[in-house]
Design a protein around this ligand. Structure first.
Ligand code: HEC
Length: 168
């Protein structure tokens, strides 16, 4: 039983790509990250800091730890790691620059399929403030993140974590 729980937790941690305290603390001795976790090679803190500094304002001053905390609101429906599974919502790796509603293998609502723009910080800011107000007909049942600074921090976090590359 204990083993199964530990395995499930490890899979969850891997799937989420998150450094949750539980991911390293739990596990009764086998709490070391499994070998495959390092194969996924999450960016180091220094790489994250550099990626943050390279973002356009105001995202370069985003608070990544607050962004990570706000991502807890998304986590039940989205993974952000490369190749992560689609849950209720699509995997968000590489979402910046991707045309809305085009992740292969995910069934979007007609509203998102018809959106016709590529995700950038501006669109994401409006979407996260009020998904169904911004795009009526979407099936993302998320009430919205109303604090503008929280959205900046979350968008900065997503940029750093989802493989965003600044356009030269
Ligand atoms: C209750 C589940 C749920 C929650 C919570 C949720 N989402 Fe979603 N998300 C979805 C669904 C479902 C879709 C697909 C929407 C559609 O097709 O209409 C979606 C779509 C998206 C898209 C568009 C992706 C694309 O490929 O076009 C983005 C970006 C997104 N969500 C970001 C977020 C972020 C960031 C959060 C947290 C603040 C969040 N979502 C919270 C379910 C959720």
């Amino acid at each position: 039983m204990r083993k199964i729980e530990t395995a499930a937790l490890a899979a969850l941690c891997l799937g989420m790509g998150l450094n949750l305290a539980a991911c390293s603390k739990d596990g009764g001795g086998s709490g070391e990250a499994p070998a495959s976790a390092s194969a996924a090679a999450p960016p180091t803190d220094a790489e994250k800091a550099a990626a943050l500094a390279a973002l356009p304002a105001p995202y370069n001053t985003g608070d990544l730890s607050n962004g990570q905390r706000k991502f807890a609101l998304c986590r039940s429906c989205h993974t952000i790691t490369e190749g992560g599974p689609d849950l209720t919502g699509p995997n968000l790796h590489g979402v910046f620059g991707r045309t809305a509603g085009t992740k292969a293998g995910y069934r979007y609502s007609d509203a998102v399929k018809a959106a016709g723009f590529a995700w950038d910080a501006e669109h994401l800011d409006k979407w996260l403030a009020d998904p169904r107000g911004f795009m009526p007909g979407t099936k993302m049942t998320f009430a919205g993140l109303h604090d503008a600074k929280d959205r900046i921090d979350l968008i900065a976090y997503l940029k750093v974590e989802t493989g965003y590359k600044p356009v030269p």
